[in-house]
Design a protein around this ligand. Structure first.
Ligand code: COA
Length: 390
C-alpha cells in the first residue's frame, strides 16, 4: 500500500524585505547574506497574520481541491505556538470548515515538527486506509535585531494532505533517525525571539545528518546515486551544499562538478531563498520549489529528504514522485504569491518587528494588511478572533 503526500501547498506573507537593505543597515557586505549564507529576501509577517492564518491560507487550496470528507486527523507542527494549551489546529479546523470527526493536535520539536507530523499522519493513514490526514507546518523565525540570526528570519507554512492514493510523493518505508539532547537553538517560554548558537547548530545538523543517513542506507540499501534530487532542512540555503558535501564524504565519493551539483540541489532552494527560514515548513517548502520549478519531469524519480530540528532530532527519508504529479501542483499560485509581495523598507520592517502582540486583555482590532484568505482580526479578553477576508 502506498502512503504519501497527495497534495502540497505553500504560503508565505505578502510582505518582504530585500537582505541587501538589511546588509546596508548593519554595515555588512551584502555578499555575506546572498552568497555566504545563500539568502536573498526575508518574509515579513504583518500584525494581522500569525501561524494560524499562515497555515489556514496554505491549507485552503488543498481542502478546496480535495474536499473535506474523510479527513480524520489534523496535525499542526510549529515552534511559534500562540497558546500553551489549545492546539493551533483547532483554529484552523474551524476556518477550514473541517468535519467534527477529526482529531486535532499540535506537535513540537523545533524544525523537525513538520516531519514528525508527516510520519504520524502516515502511520494513522496506514491503520485506517480509507481516511486522510492534513498536516500543517507553520512558523515565524524571529531572532534579536542585529544578531547573527537576523538575516535568516522568515515566515511561512505548508499544508500536506496525506493519503493512500498520493498524487505527489509516495513515502518510502525505510528511514533513518537520530535524537540527542543538545542546546544549539531554543526559545524559552518568556521570549519572543529564539536563541541560537549558529555555528554549533550547523555542526549538529551535519553530524546528525550522517547518523540518520547511515541508518537510512543500511535499511534501504540505497546510496547517493539512487536519489535524483535532495531537499534538506534549510535554516539558510547554503547549508544544502554543506550537507551534500558531507554525504559525499560519508560515501567516500568525490563531489560532482559544479554544474551537476547545481542541478542536483539548486532548484529546491528557490523558495526558501526568497522567504527565509520557515522552520517546521522548510523541507516541504523546498520540496514544493523543486516540484514546481524543475524543468524536466520528475515522474518516478526518488527524492532524498533530510529534516533537522534543533535540540535535536534528525531524520533522513525518501519518497518517489508520482506519475502525473504536475497536474496536482499549485505552481501558479506559489509563483504569483512570491512575485506580488510588497517590498518593505528597513523602517517598516523594524516597526512591524517591534509592534508586538497586545497582552493586556483589552479589545484590540488589527488594521487590515495584505494577506491571504484569512486574517487575525483582533484579540479580546485574551482570545484571538480570526476572520475570512472575502
Ligand atoms: N562574501 C561572501 N561570503 C561571505 C562574506 C562575503 N563578504 N562574508 C562572510 N561570508 C561567508 C563566510 O565565509 C561563511 O561561509 P562558510 O560558513 O561557508 O564558511 C558565511 O558567509 C557566514 O559567515 P559567518 O561569519 O559564519 O556568519 P555569522 O557568524 O553571521 O553566522 C549563521 C552565520 C548562519 C551561523 C547565523 O546566521 C545563524 O546563526 N543563523 C541561524 C541559524 C539557525 O537558526 N540554526 C538553527 C536551526 S537549524
Amino acid at each position: 500500500m502506498k502512503i504519501g503526500i497527495d497534495l502540497l501547498c505553500f504560503h508565505t506573507p505578502s510582505y518582504v524585505m530585500d537582505l541587501r537593505i538589511l546588509a546596508e543597515k548593519r554595515g555588512v557586505d551584502p555578499d555575506k547574506f546572498t552568497i555566504g549564507i545563500g539568502q536573498e529576501r526575508m518574509a515579513v509577517l504583518p500584525p494581522d497574520q500569525d501561524i494560524v492564518t499562515l497555515a489556514a491560507n496554505a491549507a485552503l487550496p488543498v481542502v478546496e481541491k480535495a474536499g473535506r470528507d474523510g479527513i480524520e486527523l489534523l496535525i499542526f507542527a510549529t515552534e511559534s505556538g500562540i497558546d500553551q494549551s489549545k492546539a493551533a489546529a483547532l483554529f484552523c479546523h474551524k476556518l477550514l470548515n473541517l468535519p467534527a470527526t477529526c482529531r486535532c493536535i499540535e506537535v513540537k520539536e523545533a524544525c523537525y515538527g513538520g516531519t514528525a507530523a508527516l510520519r504520524l499522519a502516515a502511520t494513522m493513514v496506514a491503520a485506517r486506509p480509507h481516511t486522510k490526514a492534513l498536516v500543517l507546518a507553520a512558523d515565524v523565525a524571529r531572532y534579536d535585531l542585529a544578531s547573527p540570526g537576523e538575516p535568516t528570519q522568515g515566515a511561512g507554512a505548508v499544508a500536506m494532505l496525506v493519503s493512500t492514493k498520493p498524487r505527489i510523493l509516495a513515502l518510502d518505508p525505510e528511514t533513518g533517525f537520530h535524537a540527542e539532547d543538545v542546546m544549539d537553538f531554543w526559545r524559552p517560554n518568556y521570549r519572543e525571539e529564539a536563541l541560537v548558537d549558529g555555528k554549533y547548530s550547523t555542526r549538529m545538523y551535519l553530524t546528525t545528518l550522517i547518523q540518520a543517513w547511515k541508518q537510512y542506507t543500511a535499511a534501504s540499501g540505497r546510496g547517493l546515486a539512487d536519489h535524483a534530487h535532495y531537499c534538506f532542512h534549510l535554516p539558510f540555503t547554503k547549508i544544502a551544499y554543506k550537507a551534500y558535501s558531507r554525504l559525499c564524504k560519508a560515501e567516500g565519493t568525490a563531489e560532482p562538478p559544479k554544474e551537476e551539483l547545481l542541478h542536483l540541489l539548486d532548484m529546491a532552494l528557490g523558495y526558501n531563498r526568497q522567504t527565509g527560514n520557515t522552520y517546521a515548513a522548510c523541507v516541504y517548502e523546498s520540496l514544493s520549489a523543486l516540484l514546481d520549478n524543475m524543468p524536466e519531469a520528475l515522474d518516478d524519480k526518488r527524492i532524498g529528504l533530510f529534516s533537522y530540528g534543533s535540540g535535536c532530532m534528525a531524520e533522513f527519508f525518501s519518497g518517489v514522485v508520482q506519475r502525473g504529479y504536475r497536474a496536482h501542483l499549485f505552481t501558479d499560485l506559489h509563483r504569483t504569491m512570491l512575485d506580488t509581495r510588497t517590498p518593505v523598507t528597513y523602517r517598516q520592517y523594524e516597526d512591524i518587528f517591534t509592534y508586538g502582540i497586545p497582552k493586556d486583555g483589552a479589545d484590540h482590532v488589527f488594521a487590515p494588511y495584505r494577506g491571504g484568505a484569512f486574517r487575525l482580526a483582533g484579540i479580546k479578553a485574551h482570545k484571538r478572533r480570526y476572520e475570512a477576508t472575502a
